[in-house]
Design a protein around this ligand. Structure first.
Ligand code: PLP
Length: 322
């Protein structure tokens, strides 16, 4: 990947002249089964460009309470787009209740914001949305003239888990944002995929948000390597997560819902010690993890060595016993 970056042919992408960026965008559009794609520095900016392209001032989008676009992106859609969020609680499987979605679509009435967009996330906290659910969400959107956006930061984890081509997921959506820098293993960047019309609107927003870059072929080259492999290592990441979850759940200190371990993420509740203490003790042993409340968030990735799961398990044993 580093070699591909060093060898990248570059131009000025602000003028659309960087051949490596153009190639990445073509590969992304083709892979996701969309007309066009845009290379964007981060997933946050990619989701924001999508929301700004779908919705105008005074419009509304329906979104999950813990969705990245709503909760973890500093309120960008509201702050910069004057787009009102309508957050709903997620069901335990990472879906939104479509009856509840239907009930909160606002009638065309001057009292209300104009409901314009439904935004889903796949995977959500490592959980994969069922394909028939996506079809139902598409039907709902069509019935109510809503657009449908997918925060597909980890969409390849979902397609590998379901053992389907990624287009079986993306085809239900008007736009899909994909992180190259998560499971796929590139250092930087996301791609937003959709119709030519949507992507040309997003192109203008990306400029306004400061995300148009010059010789960005250097980082797009890494994205090409990541995307062309289509995450062939993801299967291994998922089985590593399974193994790690099973080893940890044998230890008294951890409480893990194994049915929620579907891809490369594990959420482990810990009883005996405080989460910051465990995080520090693991960091001292060279294992970086994050957490919130009483829960540790563990993610397996493509650079984990073969004995990585055993090493991490041993490190946890030391961390909880010392
Ligand atoms: C990481 C992530 C994003 C945002 O990506 P950044 O590149 O960190 O801005 C959006 N949605 C989900 C579900 C993510 O996991």
């Amino acid at each position: 990947m580093r070699q591909a970056m060093a060898d990248a042919v570059v131009g000025d992408d602000v003028y659309g002249d960087d051949p490596t960026v153009n190639e990445l965008q073509d590969i992304a559009a083709e892979t996701l089964g969309k007309e066009a794609a845009l290379f964007i520095p981060s997933g946050t900016q990619s989701n924001l460009c999508a929301l700004l392209s779908h919705c105008g001032r005074g419009d509304e989008y329906i979104v999950g309470q813990w969705a990245h676009t709503y909760r973890y992106e500093a309120g960008g859609a509201a702050v910069l787009g004057s787009i009102q969020p309508q957050p709903l609680d997620f069901l335990p499987d990472g879906t939104l209740d479509l009856d509840q979605v239907t009930r909160c679509i606002k009638p065309d009435d001057p009292h209300f914001a104009k409901t314009r967009l439904l935004c889903l996330e796949n995977t959500h906290m490592g959980k994969v949305l069922p394909l028939d659910y996506l079809a139902q969400a598409r039907d709902l959107a069509d019935q109510h003239q809503l657009r449908l956006h997918l925060d597909g930061a980890r969409i390849f984890n979902a397609s590998v888990k379901l053992d389907v081509d990624v287009t079986e997921i993306s085809r239900h959506f008007d736009s899909v944002s994909v992180c190259l820098s998560k499971g796929l293993g590139a250092p930087i960047g996301s791609v937003l995929c959709g119709s030519v019309e949507l992507i040309s609107a997003a192109h203008r927003w990306r400029k306004m948000l400061g995300g148009a870059m010059r010789q960005s072929g250097i980082i797009a080259a890494a994205g090409i390597v990541a995307l062309s492999g289509r995450g062939e290592h993801l299967r291994r990441d998922h089985s590593n997560a399974q193994r790690l979850a099973r080893s940890l759940s044998k230890m008294d200190q951890f409480d893990i819902d194994l049915s929620s371990v579907q891809t490369n993420m594990i959420f482990a509740r810990i009883q005996s010690a405080s989460v910051p203490t465990i995080i520090q003790k693991m960091k001292d042993q060279g294992v970086l993890i994050s957490g919130f409340g009483d829960t540790l968030r563990l993610v397996t990735h493509c650079d984990l060595e073969n004995d990585g799961v055993d090493k991490v398990t041993a490190a946890f044993k030391r961390a909880v016993s010392s």
